[in-house]
Structures are given as structure tokens and as C-alpha cells.
Design a protein around this ligand. Structure first.
Ligand code: AMO
Length: 442
């Protein structure tokens, strides 16, 4: 009988092991990313898990002749001697002794992926995503994306939140509106979740503090640089809050933790992308109505929408926050009740507004959050006033009926955050395989 013991054999070393193997002969594997022919020798750049590794072919120390059998995009195992790179301090390179070709591509790439910058249109980039992502700069974006989600998770676990996974096939859209994907579920009409909202509130009754990082779906019918039809929502929800300020504080602390993690653990990608991380000290807070007034008086803009911000208004607010308070973030609170979902708690002092907020960063809304209605009777009343069929929401309201502490939470769009963090104009740059009006492949 054959048994599997779970012993993981490291067949080849990684670039990070080079420092401990100077002057030793080692093997490393990777993809031949680029070959630069020089006089008398070749630079062979290997694309490995995270780093590009410089190897040198030279008849002086290589045991074979570099000919047409070796070319870019082959998967190879390279054996050679580790030496210090004399032109780049702290870096190492490999003097190639032998190369074993493990796999060769069937065709040449239709685009050049081994230059610093992928010089193709967005459309080509997305159509050829399986290969455009191999460009070091493109893939670095998704390492940063990993870092953000990792920081969010690590931070919340430290704060005693429990990670949950909620269904994506649901009975009703949490955020209301028409942007719900409907689907047939064994003859019954159901939808794809717009947000884990109902379930995260429900789980406050179970764990008090919960979070989830997962896909949500929005049937947005417009093509913009800020909207996707599927995106990753980073959500948390917490009980026993005194006010929605507890939520804004938790988010500010989470963002500080995330930026610190990126700075320390993702320096390679920060350097590749030349990313400018925001400094977060305190984040200014402004009320929605005051923000509208400010935009009108300070920036002389004629307000046409009194219920929400136009993209340009969000940009102006961020400009204001940066100029006045040196912050690239700004919280806007007390959004009009009419524009917020039924679960948002109204402000007792100004019932037309909600105890909710948005967080704007570098000109775009990246988060919505706030305090929720936790009292059963109050929630039913608010739903009835909105003409909703309360019975349809029985399973959600069970949490309220049998008791929930005062609670609140937020949803942070991962792609919006990573896109703004890295200074890209279009959200598609921050999505691995974006889903938009025209794209369901690759
Ligand atoms: P909201 O609908 O405002 O709130 O969404 C929260 C955050 O998700 C991001 N986002 C999007 N990202 C990409 N494409 C889209 N189409 C898109 N729509 C939204 C934004 C936004 O700030 N349940 C509430 C959150 C809560 O109160 O806990 C909700 O989903 O970054």
C-alpha cells in the first residue's frame, strides 16, 4: 500500500535562500522571462514566484551551448553558483552551469510581457489576461491586493472578530434597487448576493463580531471606471457599539494596520509599482449636508443632486481634506435616509439623516458603513413605511425578533481600494479577471 505522509520536499531553492548560499551550487526553477544577449555572455532573467532572478550564461562557467533550444517563456530548472551582484548592492545572481527545460510554449506571445510596463490598451490587457498578468507590474498589483485582504483579516482576528462565509445565492437583494442579478433556482427566482449584509447582522447575534471577505454581485448597467459587476467586498459587523464612531475608529485602525503591513511585507511590490502609500494619522469627518454646502460655497459648484455625491464632488471633498487636514481620506456622515437602505439607523435628532458614513479616498468612495436598526419593532416599522413586504424578510428579521445588541459595520470595496492606492484611473486594473457589461471571459 502506498501512503502519503505530508512531507514536503523542497526540490529547488527560492531566491530568498540565495543570501545563505553564496558561492554554493544550487538549483532554482522559474520561467525564462527575458534573455539579453551581451558580448560574450547572456543575461537570463527568470520569473519566479515573486522575484525576477538574474542568471548569467557564459561559456566561461556554463556546461552547454546556449542555442535555439533555449528561449523565453520556457519553464526551466537552472543549476549554478550563487554570487553577489556587483552592480546592485544586496542582490545576488546565478552563474549558470546547466539548464533543464521542463516545458516549452506552443506559440510565441501575442504581446510583449517582459518589459517593465505592459504597453497595451486596457481592452487588450483584459482580453489577454492569462498572459498579461505575467508582466511583473501587473502581477504585483495582485500581490498588493493579497496584502490588503491579509491585513484586514489579521487585524480583525486580533480584535476578536470571527471570520464567516455566507451564501452567495440569496432570496433578496440587501442593498435594494434594480441592480440585482436574478437567477432560476429549481424553478424559483432567487438572486446573487449584493452584499453579506443580512447574514453579517444575523451573525452579530452569534459571535458579536464577524467579518467576511468575498465576492458580491451588482447588475450595474453602466460602464464606469469605478464599477464592476462582481467585486470583492471586505465586510465587518460588530455588536455593543455606542455609536457609528466605533465603526469609523475600527476602520481607521484597520487601514493603519494594512498600510503598515504593505510597507513592511510588500516592499518588493511597492517598489515595482512605485506606489505611494497614504500616511494615516487622524481622518477628518464631515456631515453630508455640510459637505454639500462646502462644495457649493468653496468650489462654486451648482448642486443638482441633494441626495448623493457626483463623482466630481467626491474628488473636491478629497482635495479639501488633503489641503486642509493633510489627509487623503475623509469620512462623510449623516447621509439622507431616503438614499440609505432600510437597515440603516436614522439619527433621532435629525430623522431625515442616517447614522451612516462613507469613506472617501483619493477622490472615490471606498467604504459605506454605519449603525443598524437593532430593535425588531423599529425595523419592522421602517420597512412598512417603505412599503416593503416584511414577511418576505422573516428569516432576516429572526435575528432582530429574538434580540440583537446595538450594532454596526461596513463594506469596503477591495478593487476600489487597491486601484486608488496604486494610482490607476480604472477599477479594472485592480481586478484579476474583471466582470463588466461586456466581459465574462477570461
Ligand atoms: P455599498 O453598496 O455602498 O454598501 O458598497 C460598499 C462598498 O463596495 C464598493 N462597491 C463597488 N465596487 C466595485 N464595483 C461596484 N459596482 C461597487 N459597488 C460598491 C465601494 C463601496 O463603498 N452593505 C453595505 C455596506 C455596509 O453598510 O456594511 C454596502 O454594500 O467601495
Amino acid at each position: 500500500m502506498e501512503y502519503i505522509s505530508g512531507i514536503i520536499e523542497k526540490k529547488h531553492i527560492d531566491y530568498t535562500d540565495f543570501a545563505n548560499n553564496v558561492d554554493k551550487v544550487v538549483s532554482i526553477h522559474g520561467i525564462i522571462h527575458r534573455v539579453r544577449e551581451m558580448t560574450g555572455f547572456n543575461f537570463v532573467i527568470l520569473r519566479t514566484k515573486r522575484e525576477e532572478v538574474q542568471c548569467i550564461y557564459s561559456p566561461d562557467f556554463s556546461n552547454f551551448e546556449w542555442d535555439e533550444n533555449y528561449f523565453e517563456q520556457q519553464a526551466v530548472v537552472v543549476t549554478g553558483k550563487v554570487v553577489a551582484d556587483e552592480t546592485r548592492e544586496g542582490r545576488y545572481e546565478l552563474q549558470i552551469h546547466d539548464v533543464e527545460v521542463v516545458s516549452s510554449p506552443a506559440e510565441e506571445m501575442p504581446i510583449t510581457i517582459n518589459k517593465k510596463q505592459l504597453n497595451v490598451e486596457m481592452d487588450t490587457n483584459l482580453t489577454l489576461r492569462p498572459i498579461s498578468l505575467r508582466n511583473p507590474k501587473e502581477r504585483a498589483i495582485f500581490k498588493i491586493q493579497e496584502g490588503i485582504a491579509r491585513g484586514f483579516k489579521e487585524f480583525l482576528l486580533k480584535e476578536n472578530f470571527t471570520e464567516i462565509r455566507t451564501p452567495k445565492i440569496v432570496f433578496a437583494g440587501a442593498e435594494g434597487g434594480a441592480n440585482v442579478f436574478k437567477l432560476d433556482y429549481f424553478g424559483k427566482e432567487v438572486c446573487l448576493t449584493q452584499s453579506p449584509q443580512f447574514y453579517k447582522q444575523t451573525m452579530v447575534g452569534v459571535f458579536e463580531r464577524v467579518f467576511e471577505v468575498g465576492p458580491v454581485f451588482r447588475a450595474e448597467h453602466h460602464n464606469t471606471s469605478r464599477h464592476l459587476n462582481e467585486y470583492i467586498s471586505m465586510d465587518f459587523e460588530m455588536g455593543f457599539i455606542d455609536s457609528f464612531h466605533d465603526i469609523m475608529n475600527m476602520e481607521t485602525a484597520a487601514l493603519k494596520y494594512i498600510m503598515n503591513m504593505l510597507e513592511t511585507e510588500y516592499a518588493i511590490e511597492i517598489e515595482i509599482l512605485k506606489a505611494k502609500l497614504p500616511k494615516i494619522d487622524t481622518i477628518p469627518v464631515i456631515k453630508f449636508s455640510d459637505a454639500k454646502e462646502l462644495i457649493q460655497t468653496k468650489y462654486k459648484k451648482v448642486i443638482t443632486d441633494f441626495m448623493d455625491f457626483e463623482p466630481e464632488e467626491e474628488q473636491l471633498l478629497c482635495k479639501y481634506a488633503e489641503k486642509e487636514f493633510g489627509s487623503e481620506f475623509i469620512f462623510v456622515t449623516h447621509y439622507p435616509s431616503a438614499k440609505r437602505p432600510f437597515y440603516a439607523m436614522d439619527d433621532a435628532n435629525e430623522p431625515d439623516t442616517t447614522l451612516s458614513f462613507d469613506l472617501l479616498f483619493r477622490g472615490v468612495e471606498i467604504t459605506t458603513g454605519g449603525q443598524r436598526v437593532h430593535d425588531y419593532a423599529a425595523q419592522v416599522k421602517k420597512m412598512e413605511e417603505r412599503g416593503m413586504n416584511v414577511e418576505e424578510f422573516d428569516s432576516y428579521l429572526m435575528a432582530h425578533k429574538y434580540g440583537l445588541p446595538p450594532h454596526g459595520g461596513l463594506g469596503l470595496g477591495l478593487e476600489r481600494l487597491v486601484t486608488k492606492l496604486l494610482g490607476f484611473p480604472n477599477i479594472r486594473s485592480g481586478s484579476l479577471f474583471p466582470r463588466d457589461l461586456t466581459r465574462v471571459t477570461p
